[in-house]
Design a protein around this ligand. Structure first.
Ligand code: HEC
Length: 122
C-alpha cells in the first residue's frame, strides 16, 4: 500500500532539499508497486522506518515526529557513498553499539536498505 505524500511542509533538519527528494521517493514507490519482481520493497521499508527509526532519525519528509538533528538523517546516509544497500544491510544486521539492536529480520533489513538507498539524489 502506498500512501500519497502530503505537500512538503516540514522544515526538519534538511527541510528545503527534502521536498523534491520526497516527491521522487513517492514516484519510486509507485513504480515499485507496479513491478512485483523487485526483491526488496522500498515502500515497506519506509513504513518500517517510520515505525522503528523515526524516533531518532529523520527518515522521511512527511514523518510526524521531530528527531535529533545530531544524528545522521536517512537522506545523509543515502548521499554518502559509503552507505550502499549492501553496507546498510550489513550494519542493520549488527548495528553500532550506540544504536539499539532491533533484531530486524532479513526481509525487513532488505526493505529498509532499499528505502534508504532510494532517497539518494540522482
Ligand atoms: C534509539 C535511537 C535510534 C533508533 C530507534 C535508530 N537509530 Fe540508527 N542510530 C542511532 C545512533 C545513536 C547512531 C549512531 C550515530 C553516530 O555514530 O554518530 C545511529 C546510526 C545509524 C546508522 C549509521 C549512520 C552513520 O552514518 O554512521 C544507520 C545506517 C542507522 N542508524 C539506521 C537506522 C535504522 C534503519 C533504524 C530503524 C530500523 C534506526 N537507525 C533506528 C540511534 C537510533
Amino acid at each position: 500500500m502506498v500512501r500519497q505524500q502530503e505537500a512538503p511542509q516540514s522544515f526538519l533538519a534538511k527541510g528545503h532539499r527534502v521536498g523534491l527528494q520526497g516527491m521522487m521517493v513517492a514516484v519510486l514507490c509507485l513504480s515499485g508497486a507496479l513491478s512485483p519482481a523487485l526483491a526488496a520493497d522500498a515502500a515497506a521499508g519506509k513504513a518500517l522506518a517510520l515505525q522503528w527509526c523515526s524516533a531518532c532519525h529523520l527518515v522521511a519528509e512527511d514523518q510526524p515526529m521531530a528527531t535529533s538533528v545530531s544524528l545522521p538523517s536517512f537522506y545523509d546516509m543515502a548521499k554518502d557513498p559509503d552507505w550502499t544497500e549492501a553496507t546498510l544491510a550489513t550494519f542493520l544486521a549488527d548495528p553500532h553499539p550506540k544504536m539499539p539492536n532491533m533484531s530486524l529480520g532479513n526481509r525487513e533489513i532488505a526493505n529498509l536498505a532499499k528505502y534508504i538507498s532510494s532517497l539518494a539524489p540522482e
